[in-house]
Design a protein around this ligand. Structure first.
Ligand SMILES: [Mg+2]
Length: 255
Protein backbone atom coordinates (compact mmCIF):
# COMPACT_ATOMS: atom_id res chain seq x y z
CA UNK A 1 0.00 0.00 0.00
CA UNK A 2 1.26 3.42 -0.91
CA UNK A 3 0.39 5.98 1.68
CA UNK A 4 1.28 9.05 -0.39
CA UNK A 5 -0.27 9.26 -3.84
CA UNK A 6 0.36 12.98 -4.37
CA UNK A 7 3.47 15.13 -4.02
CA UNK A 8 3.87 18.92 -3.92
CA UNK A 9 7.53 19.53 -4.65
CA UNK A 10 9.53 22.68 -4.01
CA UNK A 11 11.93 23.78 -6.74
CA UNK A 12 14.90 25.95 -5.76
CA UNK A 13 17.07 24.20 -3.17
CA UNK A 14 15.21 20.93 -3.73
CA UNK A 15 15.34 20.07 -7.45
CA UNK A 16 18.02 22.57 -8.39
CA UNK A 17 20.27 25.10 -6.71
CA UNK A 18 20.57 28.33 -8.66
CA UNK A 19 21.81 27.17 -12.04
CA UNK A 20 22.78 23.66 -10.94
CA UNK A 21 20.60 20.59 -11.04
CA UNK A 22 20.28 18.39 -7.96
CA UNK A 23 20.90 14.87 -9.39
CA UNK A 24 18.91 13.16 -6.61
CA UNK A 25 15.96 15.30 -7.70
CA UNK A 26 16.10 13.84 -11.20
CA UNK A 27 15.95 10.28 -9.90
CA UNK A 28 13.18 11.26 -7.48
CA UNK A 29 10.93 12.58 -10.27
CA UNK A 30 11.77 9.58 -12.46
CA UNK A 31 10.69 7.28 -9.64
CA UNK A 32 7.43 9.21 -9.11
CA UNK A 33 6.59 8.73 -12.77
CA UNK A 34 7.53 5.06 -12.76
CA UNK A 35 5.19 4.52 -9.82
CA UNK A 36 2.46 6.57 -11.48
CA UNK A 37 2.16 8.97 -8.52
CA UNK A 38 0.73 12.48 -8.97
CA UNK A 39 2.90 15.49 -8.42
CA UNK A 40 3.10 19.23 -9.01
CA UNK A 41 6.05 21.59 -8.98
CA UNK A 42 5.27 23.96 -6.12
CA UNK A 43 7.02 27.35 -5.93
CA UNK A 44 6.76 30.64 -4.06
CA UNK A 45 8.43 32.36 -7.01
CA UNK A 46 5.86 34.68 -8.59
CA UNK A 47 8.03 36.35 -11.20
CA UNK A 48 7.87 33.70 -13.93
CA UNK A 49 4.89 32.32 -15.83
CA UNK A 50 4.27 28.54 -15.50
CA UNK A 51 5.50 28.11 -19.10
CA UNK A 52 8.82 29.71 -18.15
CA UNK A 53 9.14 27.64 -14.97
CA UNK A 54 8.47 24.44 -16.94
CA UNK A 55 11.05 25.48 -19.52
CA UNK A 56 13.64 26.09 -16.83
CA UNK A 57 12.90 22.65 -15.32
CA UNK A 58 13.19 20.96 -18.73
CA UNK A 59 16.57 22.68 -19.13
CA UNK A 60 17.73 20.76 -16.03
CA UNK A 61 16.37 17.51 -17.47
CA UNK A 62 13.06 17.41 -15.55
CA UNK A 63 9.99 16.41 -17.50
CA UNK A 64 7.69 19.40 -16.96
CA UNK A 65 4.65 21.00 -18.53
CA UNK A 66 3.09 24.35 -17.52
CA UNK A 67 0.10 22.41 -16.15
CA UNK A 68 2.38 20.77 -13.60
CA UNK A 69 3.53 24.10 -12.14
CA UNK A 70 1.90 25.85 -9.17
CA UNK A 71 3.21 29.35 -8.41
CA UNK A 72 2.34 31.77 -5.63
CA UNK A 73 1.18 34.14 -8.38
CA UNK A 74 -1.46 31.67 -9.57
CA UNK A 75 -2.62 30.94 -6.02
CA UNK A 76 -2.84 34.68 -5.32
CA UNK A 77 -4.81 35.32 -8.51
CA UNK A 78 -7.26 32.50 -7.72
CA UNK A 79 -7.68 33.80 -4.17
CA UNK A 80 -8.35 37.38 -5.31
CA UNK A 81 -10.77 36.32 -8.03
CA UNK A 82 -12.81 34.71 -5.26
CA UNK A 83 -12.46 37.36 -2.55
CA UNK A 84 -12.68 40.75 -4.24
CA UNK A 85 -15.85 42.66 -5.01
CA UNK A 86 -14.38 44.25 -8.11
CA UNK A 87 -11.79 42.90 -10.55
CA UNK A 88 -9.58 45.99 -10.29
CA UNK A 89 -6.15 45.40 -8.78
CA UNK A 90 -2.89 47.29 -8.69
CA UNK A 91 -0.07 44.81 -9.14
CA UNK A 92 3.59 45.32 -8.39
CA UNK A 93 5.59 42.33 -9.57
CA UNK A 94 6.94 40.33 -12.45
CA UNK A 95 5.42 38.99 -15.61
CA UNK A 96 4.31 35.82 -13.80
CA UNK A 97 2.12 37.74 -11.38
CA UNK A 98 0.52 40.01 -13.96
CA UNK A 99 -0.21 37.14 -16.36
CA UNK A 100 -1.78 35.07 -13.57
CA UNK A 101 -4.01 37.96 -12.46
CA UNK A 102 -5.24 38.65 -15.97
CA UNK A 103 -5.82 34.95 -16.58
CA UNK A 104 -7.97 34.79 -13.45
CA UNK A 105 -10.16 37.58 -14.85
CA UNK A 106 -8.73 40.47 -12.85
CA UNK A 107 -8.02 43.89 -14.33
CA UNK A 108 -4.73 45.69 -13.80
CA UNK A 109 -5.12 49.36 -12.97
CA UNK A 110 -3.50 52.16 -11.02
CA UNK A 111 -6.69 54.04 -10.32
CA UNK A 112 -8.99 53.11 -7.44
CA UNK A 113 -8.08 49.42 -7.25
CA UNK A 114 -9.94 47.10 -4.90
CA UNK A 115 -6.65 45.47 -3.94
CA UNK A 116 -2.91 46.01 -4.07
CA UNK A 117 -0.89 42.88 -4.81
CA UNK A 118 2.85 42.76 -4.38
CA UNK A 119 5.10 40.02 -5.74
CA UNK A 120 8.85 40.10 -6.09
CA UNK A 121 9.71 42.92 -8.45
CA UNK A 122 13.34 43.49 -9.46
CA UNK A 123 12.26 46.88 -10.84
CA UNK A 124 10.57 48.01 -7.62
CA UNK A 125 10.70 51.80 -7.37
CA UNK A 126 9.62 54.61 -5.05
CA UNK A 127 6.95 55.46 -7.60
CA UNK A 128 5.38 51.98 -7.49
CA UNK A 129 5.56 52.03 -3.71
CA UNK A 130 3.84 55.39 -3.65
CA UNK A 131 0.99 54.19 -5.88
CA UNK A 132 0.57 51.10 -3.71
CA UNK A 133 0.57 53.09 -0.47
CA UNK A 134 -1.94 55.68 -1.68
CA UNK A 135 -4.30 52.93 -2.89
CA UNK A 136 -4.08 51.11 0.45
CA UNK A 137 -4.70 54.38 2.33
CA UNK A 138 -7.75 54.89 0.10
CA UNK A 139 -9.11 51.52 1.22
CA UNK A 140 -7.64 48.90 -1.14
CA UNK A 141 -6.89 45.55 0.45
CA UNK A 142 -3.25 44.54 0.64
CA UNK A 143 -1.92 41.14 -0.48
CA UNK A 144 1.55 39.70 -0.90
CA UNK A 145 2.25 36.64 -3.08
CA UNK A 146 4.68 35.38 -0.45
CA UNK A 147 6.40 36.67 2.65
CA UNK A 148 9.96 35.44 2.10
CA UNK A 149 12.14 38.22 3.53
CA UNK A 150 15.27 37.12 1.73
CA UNK A 151 16.19 35.22 -1.39
CA UNK A 152 19.22 32.94 -1.29
CA UNK A 153 21.33 33.40 -4.44
CA UNK A 154 24.93 32.90 -5.52
CA UNK A 155 25.50 36.62 -4.79
CA UNK A 156 24.27 36.18 -1.22
CA UNK A 157 20.92 36.86 0.46
CA UNK A 158 18.94 39.30 -1.67
CA UNK A 159 15.78 41.16 -0.57
CA UNK A 160 12.74 38.93 -1.02
CA UNK A 161 9.13 39.86 -1.57
CA UNK A 162 8.45 39.99 2.17
CA UNK A 163 10.91 42.86 2.39
CA UNK A 164 9.14 44.84 -0.36
CA UNK A 165 5.83 44.22 1.40
CA UNK A 166 7.37 45.29 4.71
CA UNK A 167 8.26 48.67 3.22
CA UNK A 168 4.65 49.24 2.13
CA UNK A 169 3.38 47.95 5.47
CA UNK A 170 5.65 50.40 7.29
CA UNK A 171 4.39 53.30 5.19
CA UNK A 172 0.70 52.46 5.56
CA UNK A 173 0.36 50.71 8.91
CA UNK A 174 -1.45 47.89 7.07
CA UNK A 175 -0.07 44.38 7.06
CA UNK A 176 -0.47 42.27 3.93
CA UNK A 177 -2.31 39.00 3.65
CA UNK A 178 0.23 36.49 2.33
CA UNK A 179 -0.85 33.66 0.03
CA UNK A 180 2.33 31.66 -0.65
CA UNK A 181 4.11 29.08 1.51
CA UNK A 182 3.87 28.76 4.55
CA UNK A 183 0.31 30.13 4.35
CA UNK A 184 -2.70 27.92 3.75
CA UNK A 185 -4.19 29.48 0.58
CA UNK A 186 -1.41 28.24 -1.70
CA UNK A 187 -1.62 24.75 -0.19
CA UNK A 188 -5.37 24.62 -0.67
CA UNK A 189 -5.03 25.87 -4.24
CA UNK A 190 -2.34 23.28 -4.99
CA UNK A 191 -4.33 20.43 -3.42
CA UNK A 192 -7.25 21.40 -5.55
CA UNK A 193 -5.13 21.22 -8.69
CA UNK A 194 -3.41 18.01 -7.60
CA UNK A 195 -6.72 16.26 -7.02
CA UNK A 196 -5.34 14.00 -4.28
CA UNK A 197 -6.74 13.89 -0.76
CA UNK A 198 -4.76 15.92 1.80
CA UNK A 199 -3.98 12.85 3.92
CA UNK A 200 -2.44 11.14 0.89
CA UNK A 201 -0.31 14.16 -0.06
CA UNK A 202 3.26 14.95 0.91
CA UNK A 203 4.90 18.39 0.72
CA UNK A 204 8.59 18.10 -0.20
CA UNK A 205 11.06 20.93 0.31
CA UNK A 206 14.36 22.21 1.65
CA UNK A 207 13.09 25.14 3.73
CA UNK A 208 11.81 24.54 7.24
CA UNK A 209 10.04 27.89 7.62
CA UNK A 210 8.23 27.83 4.28
CA UNK A 211 7.80 24.28 2.88
CA UNK A 212 7.59 22.40 6.16
CA UNK A 213 5.69 25.11 8.02
CA UNK A 214 3.17 25.14 5.15
CA UNK A 215 2.50 21.47 5.80
CA UNK A 216 2.23 22.03 9.54
CA UNK A 217 -0.27 24.88 9.08
CA UNK A 218 -2.40 22.99 6.56
CA UNK A 219 -2.21 19.60 8.27
CA UNK A 220 -0.29 17.94 5.41
CA UNK A 221 2.65 15.56 5.95
CA UNK A 222 6.07 16.84 4.96
CA UNK A 223 9.45 15.64 3.78
CA UNK A 224 12.39 17.93 4.57
CA UNK A 225 15.43 17.50 2.33
CA UNK A 226 18.72 18.70 3.76
CA UNK A 227 21.29 20.30 1.50
CA UNK A 228 19.24 23.39 0.59
CA UNK A 229 18.29 26.28 2.88
CA UNK A 230 17.78 24.39 6.16
CA UNK A 231 20.71 22.42 7.55
CA UNK A 232 20.40 19.32 9.75
CA UNK A 233 21.91 21.35 12.57
CA UNK A 234 19.34 24.16 12.22
CA UNK A 235 16.59 21.56 12.11
CA UNK A 236 17.78 19.96 15.35
CA UNK A 237 17.73 23.35 17.06
CA UNK A 238 14.41 24.49 15.58
CA UNK A 239 10.92 23.80 16.85
CA UNK A 240 9.08 23.09 13.57
CA UNK A 241 8.89 19.33 12.91
CA UNK A 242 8.81 17.65 9.52
CA UNK A 243 7.06 14.29 9.23
CA UNK A 244 10.20 12.86 7.56
CA UNK A 245 13.71 14.11 6.88
CA UNK A 246 16.28 12.84 4.37
CA UNK A 247 19.83 13.86 3.52
CA UNK A 248 18.91 13.70 -0.15
CA UNK A 249 15.92 12.60 -2.19
CA UNK A 250 17.49 9.24 -3.11
CA UNK A 251 16.87 8.17 0.49
CA UNK A 252 13.11 8.49 0.18
CA UNK A 253 11.37 5.12 0.04
CA UNK A 254 8.05 6.15 -1.49
CA UNK A 255 5.90 4.86 1.34
MG1 LIG B 1 13.40 25.78 -1.71
Amino acid sequence: MTRYRGYLIDLDGTLFKGEEVVPAGLSFIKELRKRDLSYLYFTNNSTRRPEQVAEKLRGFGYPATPEQVVTSAQATAAHLAEELNSPDVYAVGGEGLKAALVQAGLRLTESRPDAVVIGLDPTFTYDKMKTACLAIRAGARFYGTNGDLVLPTEEGLLPGNGSLCAAVAAATGVRPVFIGKPERPIVEYALDRLGVRPEETLIVGDNLSTDIQAGVKAGIDTLLVFGGVTTAEEYRKGSIRATYTVRNLREWEFI
